[in-house]
Design a protein around this ligand. Structure first.
Ligand code: HEC
Length: 126
């Protein structure tokens, strides 16, 4: 049976080795983020067509009536860039994180949802 003192030393050595291992490991992989952010998506080459396909059935300034808007709140209109910009954070949450939007069909696939997130994260280039 090892005595208390050698057990304590052993514990320290193991802890130090673990700490060293963690340090070395984290030095090997310093960047958790992708090396380069792809900000090639913008309103003209992506956003406009996306909202036309998936959102404007309800979120349009052309419709004023609760029923024809299918309940989409007033002021949440995406037929112009400014309207999208206004709600960008909510759009990110509902389309990318929770998938609560769009309501009904058609639904965007996982790749399209990821693209919406990338576009918003890049600051919504026009
Ligand atoms: C079939 C109709 C419909 C479609 C299509 C639709 N929405 Fe909605 N949207 C709603 C309704 C209804 C609400 C009100 C909240 C609720 O009922 O969940 C809403 C709420 C929202 C809100 C919150 C607005 C606010 O001011 O709080 C955002 C943002 C939103 N939708 C984004 C989108 C986006 C982006 C798309 C397209 C990808 C989309 N929605 C497609 C019906 C729709």
């Amino acid at each position: 049976m090892p005595d208390r003192r050698s057990l304590a030393i052993l514990t320290l050595v193991v802890a130090a080795a673990l700490a060293a291992g963690i340090t070395v490991h984290s030095q090997e992989a310093p960047a958790a983020e992708p090396a380069q952010k792809d900000c090639s998506l913008n309103y003209s080459n992506f956003g406009k067509a996306f909202v036309e396909k998936y959102c404007l059935r309800c979120h349009t300034a052309q419709k004023h009536n609760f029923f024809t808007r299918r309940g989409a709140p007033k002021g949440a209109d995406f037929d112009a860039y400014a309207g999208i910009k206004d709600k960008a954070e909510k759009i990110k949450k509902l389309v990318v994180a929770t998938h609560k939007m769009p309501k009904g069909k058609p639904k965007p696939d996982a790749d399209e949802r990821r693209q919406v997130g990338a576009w918003i994260d890049c600051g919504l280039p026009e």
